[in-house]
Design a protein around this ligand. Structure first.
Ligand code: MG
Length: 269
């Protein structure tokens, strides 16, 4: 004897439609082929920057009385970093033209990272040309820095996105000129002795204290034709390929706009 279903056909259809819609929106929220996606638009969340001083076991990269560029050099040339120093912050140096992206002299694997940033209070561009910089974990994977206060752009390119891979879960941006914070945990990729990928990288990000990336699996290096992992790679702004299978520097992007950073510290995990 056939048992009666607890749900009517109408209810089954409604549940199926809901599951399908949920799955399709989840599929829309990430991309593996560098596609720019424009929806769904992350909802706005009001929050304040979290200004956490470096704990006692942190590696201080900038701030806390160490307001100099001694931990950084210019990517590519290995020359001293030439970003502008003002009070307790450093700023992409547009006075000199392209000062270049900078990277830490030290290399790291798995880290907890705190970093504060601010975009130009004078709005002089739109979309991707408005307060664009970026934090390249492992010198290869860009967590986007952008003035995303009333500045629509493709959602996997706005502040808090893993560039061209994941939009942020929500938009927790502060207005231009205000300090904002990222608190990040990053799990570096692992390769075996043969140079094959054993485990991809993962990233969790809090923007102004609000979760925007929840252990997102990174699909591969930003700005490659198709995101992928290579044991020998050419990191962002590098001219030549290097061994990328072990520890790698942290890199800050010069994208041609005025963006400042302060209070940068990390804990090695
Ligand atoms: Mg950028």
């Amino acid at each position: 004897m056939k048992r009666a279903s607890r749900f009517s056909p109408k209810q089954v259809f409604a549940v199926s439609a809901f599951i399908a819609a949920t799955l399709s929106s989840a599929a829309l929220a990430q991309t593996r082929n560098n596609e720019q996606i424009v929806e769904p638009v992350p909802r706005l969340v009001q929050s304040e920057a979290v200004l956490t001083p470096a704990p006692s076991d942190a590696v201080v990269l900038f701030g806390g009385g160490q307001n100099d560029l001694s931990q950084w050099h210019t990517v590519g040339s290995q020359e001293p970093a030439t970003w502008l120093l003002f009070n307790d912050s450093m700023t992409v140096n547009r006075a000199l033209g392209a000062a270049g992206s900078i990277a830490t002299k030290r290399a790291f694997r798995d880290i907890q990272l705190h970093i504060e940033w601010s975009t130009n209070p004078v709005i002089d561009g739109e979309q991707q040309l408005r307060g664009n910089s970026g934090i390249f974990l492992h010198s290869q994977f860009e967590l986007q820095v952008l003035d995303s206060w009333q500045n629509p752009t493709y959602v996997n390119g706005q502040a808090g996105s893993i560039y061209l891979q994941y939009p942020p879960l929500v938009n927790a941006s502060r207005p231009p000129g205000e300090w904002q914070s990222y608190d990040i945990t990053f799990e570096a990729p692992r390769f075996n002795a043969a140079g094959e990928l054993e485990r991809p990288a993962f990233i969790t990000v809090f923007h102004n204290g609000v979760l925007v990336q929840n252990r997102s699996e990174i699909f591969g290096a930003t700005y490659t034709a198709q995101p992928s992992y290579e044991a020998t790679c050419t990191p962002y702004a590098h001219a030549e390929a290097i061994d990328c299978s072990g520890a790698m520097p942290l890199l800050l992007q010069d994208h041609g706009q005025v963006v400042s950073y302060r209070n940068i510290w990390l804990r090695e995990l």
